[in-house]
Design a protein around this ligand. Structure first.
Ligand code: SF4
Length: 186
């Protein structure tokens, strides 16, 4: 297929058909992997230094999350800035016990986030139910609802533990982009 068609003479439908075929040809010919490998380090650098967790606390561990952003710990110096919309976030940070009633909302928030994205369970409640282990109305961990990338233990999980966990997540983000699968949604 020619890369230089007479695009001016094409109708809108013809142009869409031509461009779709061209992109599919490129993707299947190994160009996709080359582009991924070349741009991976740039994406990795950008994403691991600008982590945007959803600003959404469920219980007492959320106070530690707030403290992590206060001047003493200053999580922002690592690029952690909370956003209030799932559309603008790449990390779902869940801290606090998860009632069965809120389970569909967590799932929906996760699905509304664009990929690539990561999930973090902060504190014993989000990891395994914590003090409410085996309770009739509490989900026994975030990983019962969505895949979890990082667990930050503690009751509560301290702000410095949270920052340490996010630095581990930076390594995970880095290795994700080094795999060279950027165009494959996560
Ligand atoms: S882990 Fe402990 S501090 Fe954190 S939300 Fe549960 S009960 Fe509260």
């Amino acid at each position: 297929m020619s890369l230089y068609p007479h695009a001016v003479a094409m109708s809108a439908d013809e142009f869409m058909s031509w461009s779709t075929t061209l992109i599919n040809d490129l993707l299947s010919s190994g160009v996709r992997r080359t582009i991924d490998n070349l741009t991976g380090p740039i994406w990795s650098w950008a994403m691991k230094n600008s982590m945007h967790p959803l600003h959404w606390g469920l219980a007492c561990c959320a106070l530690e999350m707030a403290q992590a952003s206060a001047p003493r710990f200053d999580a922002e110096r690592y690029g952690m800035i909370y956003r209030s919309s799932p559309r603008q976030t790449d990390i779902l940070l869940v801290n606090g016990w998860i009632s069965k009633k809120i389970r569909p909302d967590i799932r929906r928030l996760w699905e509304e986030m664009p990929g690539p994205k990561w999930a973090v369970a902060m504190g014993e409640c989000a990891i395994s139910g914590g003090p409410w282990y085996d309770s009739y109305n509490t989900v026994q961990g975030l990983d019962q609802i969505i895949p979890v990338d990082l667990y930050i233990p503690g009751c509560p999980a301290r702000p410095d533990a949270m920052i340490d966990g996010f630095m581990l997540l930076q390594k995970k983000i880095d290795s994700y982009f080094k795999r060279g699968v950027l165009l494959k949604d996560r």
